[in-house]
Ligand binder design. Structure first.
Ligand SMILES: NC(=O)c1ccc[n+]([C@@H]2O[C@H](COP(=O)([O-])OP(=O)(O)OC[C@H]3O[C@@H](n4cnc5c(N)ncnc54)[C@H](OP(=O)(O)O)[C@@H]3O)[C@@H](O)[C@H]2O)c1
Length: 280
């Protein structure tokens, strides 16, 4: 298959290129090549690609940044998706796009399924939900993958931030009232390939298996890094004073993926251990 990855230099884009490049003809475009907010640039990049599938991993992903720049977040995460979806429709190309656990408000006590009602509580979530709406409205051949709490080798992420702060200060305060599923971009990329090769369509939730709080995630990072001497204190989100509110529960059920592909994602602890071994 010929595949074009938009946002190929980002955290997920990097691992999509590496994974799909093994078995498919893959090309990438990023912000230096085109601006997703410009309809004509999207039309040119997609139209000239000759791709069978376009994967959109380009996004405005700074959650607190989106809160203070809601217009900017909508421009990339909503209008950008509209532009790519229109371009793919004009060229008859399947579109794979990513959304987030933050489209949910976090009040559900169990993991969210694909059909659950969305009600984002921050600007990032609202912009991503609008992007989802454009995708459904414009495309009749799409794969929409909601994922969460990503980390990977090529991007700023929680794992790196915890290690850096632990090394610098020897003490950490980490939020213990938000639950979700940490997800390794290598595992996500491999699962995306399975969905593409199976020609699956529609909405899928895809994360590593298991649920934890950021505090529990940080404890595991310190354990795998052999930094058990670091002082770590659980705190409440309100104590952190970040400008964008986060949902309390953003765990996603991946049952639909398992039923459709007969595969399951690895537990997040196993994926994290492998990632940290690779990075050290
Ligand atoms: N990171 C997470 O924890 C997380 C969680 C749930 C869902 N997701 C979703 O997963 C997808 C991939 O996320 P990620 O963390 O891999 O993203 P990322 O590392 O921030 O990569 C996004 C890429 O898109 C590029 N980009 C930004 N604005 C653009 C524009 N106007 N035109 C063209 N390219 C542009 C970025 O360039 P610059 O770096 O130069 O801006 C970057 O290379 C996104 O849809 C995101 O919403 C992420």
């Amino acid at each position: 298959m010929k595949i074009l990855v938009l946002g190929y230099k980002g955290m997920l884009g990097t691992d999509l290129m590496a994974d799909l490049g093994g078995t498919h003809e893959v090309a990438g475009k990023d912000i230096e090549d085109f601006d997703i907010t410009a309809p004509s640039e999207c039309r040119d990049v997609v139209g000239q690609s000759g791709a069978d599938v376009v994967i959109n991993a380009a996004a405005y992903t700074n959650v607190d940044g989106c809160e203070t720049d809601e217009a900017g977040s909508f421009s990339v995460n909503a209008d950008g998706v509209k532009n790519v979806a229109m371009a793919c429709r004009e060229s008859g190309i399947k579109l794979v796009h990513f959304s987030t656990d933050y489209v949910f408000d976090g009040t559900k006590k169990a993991p969210y399924v694909e059909e659950d009602a969305c009600s984002p509580i921050n600007a990032y979530g609202r912009s991503k939900l609008k992007g989802e709406a454009y995708l459904r409205e414009i495309s009749d051949n799409y794969l929409l993958i909601r994922t969460s709490w990503l980390y990977g080798r090529n991007g700023r992420n929680f794992v790196g931030a915890i290690v850096e702060r632990a090394e610098k200060t020897g003490k950490l305060e980490v939020v213990d009232d938000q639950r979700g599923s940490p997800t390794y971009t290598v595992d996500l990329a491999a699962a995306v390939r399975v969905l593409i090769e199976g020609d699956h369509r529609g909405v899928f939730h895809l994360t590593n298996r298991g649920v934890c709080t950021w505090y529990q995630f940080a404890l595991k990072i310190l354990e795998y890094r052999d930094m058990r001497n670091v002082s770590i204190v659980p705190i409440q989100s309100a104590q952190l004073g970040r400008c964008a509110p986060r949902p309390e529960n953003s765990a996603l059920s991946c049952r639909k993926f398992a039923d459709a592909t007969h595969r399951t994602m690895r537990f997040w602890q196993i994926a994290l251990e492998e990632y940290m071994a690779r990075m050290s």
